[in-house]
Design a protein around this ligand. Structure first.
Ligand code: AFP
Length: 352
């Protein structure tokens, strides 16, 4: 954000993160530097995405990732960029990436640190070929084990133990949005100076929601509760003013819009694939980081029955249903699920 009275007084992301660190005199600076490493990774990935067509990196790399999906070249690039920028810094004990089946250890020649980084290097990769917004999602935890290499137990943590989370959206412009629990702040990359500048301080989800966001192509496979909830959002059951539908199919894009405009994004369980009874999205590095951001912006995220931040992950790549955005709309989804999918009496639903 540039001060018109003095355009030299700009808040860069480095300054912003440092000023948050100064609130904690005991802080070592490791978290500050880790966040700044991620901002640098975002700039490198953004620059590569912008030149993707020229560099001929669009298209599939011919490999299959741990989820059984085809890996695209940009996914690999983003994954390697983040790991290579961070593994030698002595700031993290272990990392988790969507692209790796196991936790990523720190090479023995480098020091281990006190933090755990989980990330989805490039989410929404099926949109890459169509020039649609994609993003990087990350969350940071303090390690649980005392010392030595980080372990699986350091990684399998409920979101309510998170110390920071954020995402970088590669769209019309590149933005980084993060929180350390002190508000949610958005920075826009100014390509002319090559730095993220504060553009959206203290983001809160607007009170009046505008959009709902879900892939209604799956409606046939949704439960009765989810179908009725959707009708509620559309205003067709007469209970509320209708919301408009927006769906990108890129979680970061759909969440970013929901954060700024109010509303709800949901990717529920469906009956389409018996091998994926919990929807498509991953708990650890997709749902939980965005849930932490939503909560710090006055919103809420749920798996339909409980807060996402309360879910203890059992495996690194676990999937979860996700309802996220304006608190009242997410709670409403929980009510519809309780009433129509779990058969609880209406008296347990509270006010409708
Ligand atoms: P891709 O990485 O395969 O594009 O998946 C993106 C994603 O994980 C998430 O970003 C979207 O919200 C969701 O999948 C979209 O899934 P549908 O295509 O089933 O709607």
């Amino acid at each position: 954000m540039i001060n018109p009275a003095d355009p030299t007084r700009i808040t860069t992301i480095e300054r912003h993160i440092l000023e948050e660190q100064y609130l904690y005199p005991e802080a070592t600076g490791a978290l500050t530097n880790l966040l700044y490493d991620l901002a640098l990774a975002g700039k490198i990935i953004a620059s590569r995405i912008t030149r993707a067509g020229l560099l001929d990196v669009l298209g599939r790399a011919g490999m299959v990732n741990v989820q059984g999906e085809e890996v695209m070249k940009l996914d690999e690039f983003a994954d390697h960029t983040i790991i290579n920028l961070i593994d030698h810094t002595g700031r993290v004990a272990v990392m988790v990436s969507e692209e790796h089946i196991d936790p990523i250890s720190i090479p023995e020649r480098y020091p281990v640190g006190n933090y755990v980084l989980v990330f989805d290097p490039l989410d929404g990769s099926s949109n890459i070929d169509f020039n649609v917004s994609i993003g990087t999602i990350f969350a940071i935890y303090r390690r649980k084990t005392e010392d030595g290499p980080g372990t699986l137990a350091d990684c399998l943590r409920p979101g309510n133990e998170m110390v920071a989370a954020g995402y970088i959206i590669y769209g019309g412009s590149t933005m980084l949005v993060y929180t350390t629990g002190q508000g949610v702040h958005g920075f826009t990359l100014d390509p002319s100076v090559g730095e993220f500048l504060l553009s959206h301080p203290n983001i809160t989800i607007p009170q009046a929601p505008k959009y709902y966001s879900a892939n209604q192509g799956y409606e046939l496979y949704w439960s009765a509760g989810i179908r009725r909830y959707t009708h509620y959002l559309q205003g067709s059951d007469g209970q509320r003013k209708r919301l408009l539908l927006r769906y990108v199919g890129s979680l970061v894009g759909d969440f970013h819009r929901t954060l700024l405009s109010g509303g709800v994004f949901y990717y529920p369980s469906d009956s389409q694939d018996p091998h994926k009874p919990h929807g498509k999205l991953r708990l650890l590095y997709e749902a939980a980081p965005l849930a932490f951001i939503a909560q710090n912006a006055g919103g809420y995220a749920s798996d339909g029955t409980r807060g996402i931040l309360d879910v203890q992950p059992e495996s690194l790549h676990q999937r979860t249903p996700l309802f996220i955005g304006s608190r009242d709309l997410v709670e409403k989804a929980e009510q519809f699920i309780r009433e129509y999918d779990q058969g609880l009496p209406v008296t347990e639903m509270g006010e409708n």
